[in-house]
Write a protein that binds this ligand. Structure first.
Ligand SMILES: Cc1cc2nc3c(=O)[nH]c(=O)nc-3n(C[C@H](O)[C@H](O)[C@H](O)COP(=O)(O)OP(=O)(O)OC[C@H]3O[C@@H](n4cnc5c(N)ncnc54)[C@H](O)[C@@H]3O)c2cc1C
Length: 430
């Protein structure tokens, strides 16, 4: 449970934001400062909107390569046949119209931290007073020999929604009725800790209806995973987990990682020389911060971006903040929900800094639902605060995982999963 004091603080920040949103926006007022945001995903779009709601005298420019954003949340549901890909798409018109955000659809190709300027793919230069980087993730190609961006076009990772999701769905639909799908799950940290297991559930859900003799094999570079007990319980109920006819099998390969992939024969090779062949391979590579964050010198040796938790400001480059999946914000997981929470903390801090006010004490929230079947949902939630050492830590007694596992409660959780998706996307993009 959240303590009464924390709850009041959470309520106050929400109330402050709501009040800011009610204010009449006057887009023609002279700008106090220019904040530029790179990346229009959950993190970047939320930060842009929150800054404008808090202080409409700040000019905000959002730079995003794609005119339409396809959410990864919900993309596993596409594989289970529960949603179509197009329904996961959001444009940026409403952010421009309702909040006066300048939206530019170009790729940022370089950041000059000294001159406080950015270079775009159309060669335009843009100056900023403060920069917020929210570029998401990139992959550590090279960890698995024979697997790179070109091979991933036909052996998909599907860890960025879009064509990759479509390719994986088509391969599964076309495989033999008794085929095997091998999902290779990465080591920590990576985007969406419960994602590979929801994916296995959704693929098994599809196969149970269309290819009941198929198998989904998870080869995991970890020894355990998010919401494991709840997933395993669900797999036992619905997919015969642990029996000879199981639709899902999970194996830890933490001590025997995949080191090579032969694309033609769809075979994985592990460190001990095991050969694993499958009809469909879904290899989710190890990850790092999005390329532009690396090029801008915002990453440390881990490949992720160290930041000051209280503001999201980079510890490596002044006046640049990093939010969302690209940032190191442990123990907060890399999720869309957490990305919007980090974005709001950062937006409050940026507005305070530009107004020369003291920074307020942040609170972060994460909630993550997963579907085991269409009518069986599970969840994890947590509240985070700074501890006395100034590090982010989970608030004792707050949050937890799904408690009630009777049929009706799990059914309700599946409906909350859809509700959570609708509310987070509406909150971010409209
Ligand atoms: C299968 C799957 C299921 C998931 N399910 C859930 C879920 O149920 N709930 C949940 O909370 N999270 C979920 N997630 C995690 C969630 O998708 C991420 O945590 C979230 O997208 C992170 O947001 P972000 O804004 O940091 O990055 P992104 O969403 O990746 O956005 C980054 C944006 O930056 C843009 N960009 C990058 N570089 C540049 C550049 N140089 N110039 C211009 N633009 C650039 C990109 O085009 C992109 O639009 C899931 C992830 C996956 C893979």
């Amino acid at each position: 449970m959240v303590s009464r004091r924390d709850f009041i603080k959470l309520g106050l920040s929400t109330t402050a934001m709501a009040a800011a949103g009610c204010r009449q926006l006057s887009f023609r007022r002279r700008s106090k400062a220019h904040v530029v945001i790179v990346g229009g995903g959950f993190a970047g779009a939320s930060a842009a909107k929150t800054i404008r709601k808090l202080d409409d005298s700040i000019k905000v420019t959002l730079i995003e390569s794609n005119p339409r954003y396809l959410t990864c949340p919900g993309s596993n549901w596409v594989l289970g046949g529960l949603r179509d890909l197009e329904s996961l798409g959001f444009g940026y018109d409403q952010l421009a119209l309702h909040y006066g955000i300048t939206v530019i659809h170009e790729r940022v190709t370089a950041v000059d931290a000294e001159k406080k300027s950015l270079r775009l793919s159309n060669r335009q230069t843009i100056n900023y007073d403060r920069l917020i980087m929210a570029p998401g993730i990139d992959f550590r190609w090279g960890d698995i020999e024979g697997y790179d961006a070109a091979v991933a076009e036909y052996i998909p990772h599907a860890w960025k929604a879009g064509q990759q999701t479509q390719t994986l769905a088509s391969l599964v639909q076309a495989m033999p009725d008794n085929g095997t799908i091998a999902i290779v799950a990465p080591a920590n940290p990576f985007r969406c800790p419960p994602g590979p297991y929801e994916r296995a559930s959704m693929l098994a859900y599809y196969c149970r209806q269309h290819k009941p003799k198929a198998k989904v094999l998870i080869l995991d570079h970890k020894r355990g995973f998010s919401k494991q007990d709840l997933f395993v319980e669900g797999w036992k109920q619905h997919y015969g987990y642990g029996t000879h006819a199981a639709l899902i099998e999970w194996q830890s390969i933490a001590d025997n990682p995949v080191i090579a992939l032969a694309a033609k024969s769809k075979t994985l090779q592990t460190d001990f020389g095991d050969q694993i062949k499958a009809d469909v391979l879904n290899v989710i590579p190890a990850q790092k911060a999005g390329l532009i964050a690396q090029q801008a010198g915002l990453c440390d040796d881990s490949g992720w971006c160290p930041v000051r938790p209280v503001s999201g400001e980079s510890t490596l480059r002044p006046d640049i903040h990093v939010i969302g999946d690209a940032a190191i914000q442990q123990p907060i997981p890399k999720s869309a929900f957490a990305a919007t929470s980090e974005a709001k903390v950062c937006a409050f801090a940026v507005v305070d800094l530009l107004n020369e006010r003291e920074l307020s004490e942040p609170v972060w929230v994460n909630t993550c639902y997963s579907l085991v079947t269409a009518d069986h949902g599970i969840s994890v939630a947590m509240v985070y605060k700074l501890n006395e050492a100034g590090e982010i830590s989970a608030l004792a007694g707050a949050g937890g995982v799904t408690e009630h596992t009777d049929r009706q409660s799990l059914y309700l959780e599946s409906r909350y999963a859809m509700g959570c998706y609708d509310s987070i996307t509406r909150n971010t993009f409209s």
